[in-house]
Design a binder for this molecule. Structure first.
Ligand SMILES: CC(C)(COP(=O)(O)OP(=O)(O)OC[C@H]1O[C@@H](n2cnc3c(N)ncnc32)[C@H](O)[C@@H]1OP(=O)(O)O)[C@@H](O)C(=O)NCCC(=O)NCCS
Length: 214
């Protein structure tokens, strides 16, 4: 039998991979993804800024917030807490950030670190590597706001889904992602190893969640 391979015709999956890779190249070249956004909550005014270039001092503050919220969880996890490795992820050339500050002071209230990546060799996704809200600003709708903006950005960049990884023991965050009806309701991704690795599903202490971009 003469296969399409033998005739030199690319397979459907090879075409899909090529399209995905082109999509990512285009997305990673986009400079302006989102204008600055404003939100008022209970008399507090917030600004959300999308950027790929963080000044070193802002990067330090972003990392400090990450550390404050997540250090204990990483130490508890199978990955452990490796500050150098984690900091380097923030410095990756394809990293982008949504930064939320409160107007009138210089406080960092929250941020999202994301990248456009290829998942499972065929899906171009906006991967939310981190979303962190400072303790004093939690529960005010900032996390939801950031995720909404990430979906808008993903749509603009023609990504198929927003994906993220969450520790199984981070129950408040899992409830935040899963329990809500509406925009930020995530499902366990079909390729999450906790689900698709039938040999040892319990050996993973994290889940991969995703939500399609409509
Ligand atoms: C998880 C986190 C990002 C949520 O952000 P937030 O600004 O506190 O959440 P919001 O105020 O935007 O809440 C949005 C919705 O989620 C719900 N929600 C938020 N936290 C929740 C919780 N712990 N349990 C149940 N629901 C929760 C809210 O009730 C709200 O629902 P609604 O839209 O139906 O009213 C934030 O609390 C955080 O940074 N936590 C610590 C760091 C962390 O775990 N990050 C995630 C790493 S994977």
């Amino acid at each position: 039998m003469v296969t399409s391979k033998a005739k030199g015709k690319p397979s459907a999956s090879a075409i899909k991979r090529l399209l995905t890779s082109k999509k990512l190249t285009t997305a990673n070249q986009l400079n302006s993804l989102l204008e600055d956004q404003k939100l008022e909550v209970e008399g507090h005014q917030y600004t959300l800024r999308c950027t790929r270039d963080l000044a070193p001092t802002t990067l330090d503050r972003v990392f400090d917030l990450f550390k404050e919220n997540m250090r204990e969880m990483y130490e508890r996890s199978k990955w452990g807490y490796n500050e150098t490795k984690l900091k380097n992820e923030y410095r990756d050339k394809d990293s982008r950030f949504l930064i939320v500050t409160e107007d009138g002071n210089d406080n960092l209230c929250g941020f999202c670190h994301f990248q456009f990546v290829e998942e499972d060799e065929h899906r171009a996704v906006a991967y939310c590597l981190d979303i962190q809200i400072s303790k004093s600003s939690q529960g005010r709708g900032l996390g939801r706001w950031i995720l909404e903006k990430l979906f808008e950005i993903g749509k603009k960049a023609e990504m198929e889904a927003v994906m993220l990884t969450c520790f199984k023991f981070n129950e408040p965050a899992l409830r935040f992602y899963r329990d809500r009806q509406g925009l930020s309701r995530f499902e366990t991704d079909e390729n999450c190893p906790s689900v698709c690795d039938s040999s040892a599903p319990l050996s993973y202490d994290y889940v991969i969640l995703s939500k399609k971009i409509q």
